[in-house]
Design a protein around this ligand. Sequence first.
Ligand code: HAM
Length: 401
Amino acid sequence: MRNWLFDNFQSAARSHGFEEYDAPLLEHEELYTRKQGEEITQQLYGFEDKGGRRVSLRPEMTPSLARMVMARAGALPTPIKWFSIPQCWRYERTQRGRGREHYQWNVDVWGAEGIEADAELISVLATFFRSVGLGPEDLVIRVSSRKVLEEVLGSVGVSGEAFPAVCVIVDKMGKIPEEAMSAQLAEQGLDADAISTIRSTLGLQDLDALSSALGDDSPAVSELTSLFSLIDSYGISDWVAFDASVVRGLAYYTGPVFEAHDRAGELRAIVGGGRYDRLLSTLGGRDMPATGFGFGDMVIMELLVSKGLVPELSSGNQDLVVSSDESLRPAAMSVAQRLRASGRTVDLVLEDKRMKWVFRHAERSGAQRLVMVMPEEWGAGNVRIKDLESGEETDISFDDL
Ligand code: HAM
């Protein structure tokens, strides 16, 4: 099942010209210890290794990717379009759609400044959703930009320095009590007026309303307007909606941000991502524009199961070879070998089993044919093949297999 899902992840990324990369599961812990109060930094599987170093299993792929890109900056032709399906670990409360261990499809573009790259990512998502049978009636990709909040905060006199921490807090809106959130925002220097401006801005759900709130010359509005126009060129507008409440809970985002949710609103976020143009300087490097998303394997499976879209998968064996007794087992092995060499997928009954078991096993594994090695037939150089669908039996010589 996982292979089926991953095949679809890979095909969608490859169809858009992305190449696959990998990274180590274990990293220096400091790669993840950002100081803006993100949940993810409190969920590290961190420990000391035998050399006394603080290390951690990766909770996400982005810092590893950033570290790798930084090490090769200049040598790699840009844009770098890479994808990966890493296993990630977060010590979080397990619940529907959230585990301590999950696989997360990551698709990122480095070295492309324009929102064309962000639009391309949305297209990868729509391509994937279509490939597994989901449609715009099943889910929506909600898009906003960190610049919306940046402009709003700028207008109420909040300095840019506290900005990432404020975003992390604002992302919790609706998830933690209002008083707790106001208290956390007050700690960042926001007064009641600023908080109420944030609240009303986050309630905006169409670009016209955003434009009235921020003004026609707002960079956030023009960025989002261009992004939606590109999304329209891909013919995928049905999948996407502007929603100012999308902020994302990671500190490093700087531009467009997006999340996909099931239309029924029953599940957690299916995928989340956005632009993070200033991550490298926080790791001691020179900044390079970047945008991408992380897409877990758990919520999507919940959605696919609930929509009846998970295909029936069998083990894919074509033939099951069985000998009537132990003395003919070496012959059965030669038969299996010959069939495998011709490209068929073949299972072999390794021990003495009753025919009832053999038939049940054939059915369970989805085999199309039962290949029987029996004394009389084998004596004449033949095996008996039973077509399991039609029930028809034929004898075929070993040489003709
Ligand atoms: P994130 O929002 O923390 O972003 O996670 C992205 C996605 O990974 C989530 O929407 C969800 O599908 C899945 N996910 C996260 N945690 C869990 C969990 N405990 N169990 C199951 N699934 C989970 C990031 O990680 C960013 N690094 C994504 C990114 C890549 N942004 C740019 N490039």
